[in-house]
Design a binder for this molecule. Structure first.
Ligand code: 13P
Ligand code: SF4
Length: 380
C-alpha cells in the first residue's frame, strides 16, 4: 500500500456483541440510526423477528422492499434485514445507472448483517443447472418460443439469464401478471425455482397439470421428462420448493376445518397445490397482512406462512382468532440469522467507516438482471 494511504481501521468482531443484552443492543442500534438519520435505510422483511422489525425503517414483502430500494432518494446506506437474494436485488435497483447518475456516481452500499442468511429455495437452482437445462431443451423444442420467468427468490445470475433471454422476474404478488406478460410473447414458459408458485399460478389460468412437466436438474436427461411431454408443455416447472412452506399439509387444513367450523384458511402461494387448493385466500406476505387487517373482529384464521409473521399478526390482532396452520414449527431458519447482535455489529462497523458484509452484484450480472427486474416493476 502506498505510504500516503492509510490502512482501513480493523472491523469490530462479532463475538462480543453476542453477549450483550437485547436492551443494550437496541440502544446501540438506535444510536447509529440517530447519527445517520435518513441517510440510513433499514429494510425488514415480514418474516424477521420482532426486535429487528421494531428497528426497521420500512417493513414489507419482497416486492415492496425492492420498490423501496428502487425509489430510495435520501438514503446513502441500505441495511437489508432479509435474505441474500433480497440484498442483491436492492443493490441492483438502488445502484442502477439512472440512480448513480442522479447521485453523481455515488454507490449505495447494501449490507446483509449475516452473510449466511440465504434462501434454501434460491439455492435449489444454480446458474449452470439452468444453462444446462436450456441447452437440453433446445434439442427438443425451440427455445426462442420459451420465456424464462424467475421468481424473485433466486440468485442475481438467474435474473440475468432471464434478462438476456427476453424473460421477466416475478414475485408472489404479481406471478399471474408476469405469466400473462410471458404468454403474450411466446407459447411456452420456463418457471424457476419454485414449482409450487409456478403450478398454483398456472392452474389458476387454466393450464393443466399435463401441460406442466417438472424439470429435475438431477435427472439423467431432459429433466426426467419424455420429449413428447416437453413438446406438449405450456409451463416447464423447475423442481424447487421452499422448505418452510412445504411443511403445510392438506390434513392440517382438514383438521382446522373440523375443529373450528367457519375458520378461514389463508396461505402463501409457495405452499403445495394440495394445500393451496383447499385455502380460502392466498397471497404474498403483504396480502396476508392486509387480508387480516380488513377482516371483521371475531374472524377465525389458520394461516400457512412463516411463524414469525403469524405470531406478529396474533399479537397485533387480538380481536381476531389466529392460528398457525401447522402443528410443527415452520420458520425460516436463514432469515432468523439476522438478529440484534448481527444488526448492531454491522451498524457500528458502518459508523466506524469499516463496511462489513456488503452485497455487490458484478456489473454485467446487474445490467441483465435489471432488464428482467424493470419488466417486473412494470407489470405489477
Ligand atoms: P413475499 O414476497 O410474499 O414477501 O415472500 C417472500 C418469501 O420468501 C416467502 O417465503
Ligand atoms: Fe426462502 Fe422459504 Fe425462507 Fe422464503 S421462507 S426466504 S422461500 S427459505
Amino acid at each position: 500500500m502506498p505510504a500516503t494511504l492509510q490502512a482501513p481501521p480493523p472491523s469490530f468482531e462479532l463475538k462480543p456483541y453476542k453477549s450483550l443484552s437485547n436492551d443494550e443492543l437496541i440502544a446501540r442500534v438506535q444510536e447509529v440510526r440517530d447519527e445517520f438519520g435518513p441517510r440510513l435505510l433499514i429494510l425488514g422483511h415480514h418474516y424477521q423477528q420482532d426486535e429487528v422489525i421494531a428497528l426497521s425503517d420500512l417493513r414489507g414483502d419482497s416486492y415492496g422492499l425492492s420498490q423501496h430500494a428502487a425509489d430510495s432518494r435520501d438514503c446513502r446506506y441500505i441495511v437489508f434485514c432479509g435474505v441474500h437474494f433480497m440484498a442483491e436485488t436492492a443493490d441492483i435497483l438502488a445502484n442502477r445507472p439512472q440512480k448513480l447518475a442522479e447521485r453523481g456516481g455515488e454507490r449505495i452500499p447494501v449490507i446483509l448483517p449475516d452473510l449466511a442468511a440465504g434462501c434454501s429455495m434460491a439455492d435449489m437452482a444454480a446458474i449452470d443447472q439452468i444453462e444446462d437445462a436450456w441447452d437440453q431443451l433446445g434439442d427438443v423444442i425451440d427455445t426462442a418460443d420459451i420465456t424464462p420467468v424467475t421468481y424473485i427468490n433466486s440468485a442475481a445470475s438467474l435474473k440475468a439469464f432471464v434478462g438476456r433471454h427476453g424473460g421477466i422476474v416475478c414475485t408472489s404478488s404479481n406471478a399471474e401478471a408476469a405469466l400473462r406478460w410471458a404468454f403474450a410473447r411466446t407459447s411456452r414458459v420456463m418457471f424457476f425455482p419454485d414449482q409450487h408458485l409456478g403450478r398454483n399460478t398456472a392452474l389458476g389460468m387454466g393450464i393443466t397439470l399435463e401441460q406442466m412437466p417438472v424439470w429435475d436438474p438431477y435427472a439423467d436427461s431432459l429433466g426426467g421428462s419424455m420429449p413428447e411431454q416437453l413438446e406438449r408443455s405450456k409451463v416447464i416447472l423447475w423442481k424447487g420448493h421452499c422448505s418452510v412452506h412445504q411443511m403445510f399439509r392438506p390434513e392440517h387444513v382438514r383438521l382446522f376445518r373440523e375443529k373450528h367450523p367457519g375458520i378461514k384458511i389463508l396461505v402463501h402461494p409457495e405452499c403445495p397445490r394440495e394445500v393451496f387448493e383447499l385455502a380460502d385466500v392466498s397471497g404474498s406476505t403483504s396480502k396476508i397482512i392486509k387480508t387480516v387487517e380488513a377482516a371483521p373482529p371475531g374472524t377465525k384464521w389458520a394461516i400457512g406462512t412463516e411463524l414469525h409473521l403469524v405470531n406478529r399478526l396474533k399479537q397485533e390482532h387480538p380481536e381476531q382468532e389466529i392460528h398457525f396452520l401447522s402443528p410443527v414449527v415452520c420458520m425460516c431458519a436463514t432469515m432468523y440469522r439476522i438478529d440484534l447482535a448481527h444488526l448492531c455489529w454491522s451498524l457500528e462497523n458502518l459508523a466506524a467507516d469499516t463496511l462489513v458484509n456488503v452485497i455487490k452484484v458484478d456489473d454485467d450480472t446487474a445490467k441483465w438482471s435489471l432488464v428482467a427486474l424493470e419488466r417486473m416493476l412494470e407489470v405489477h
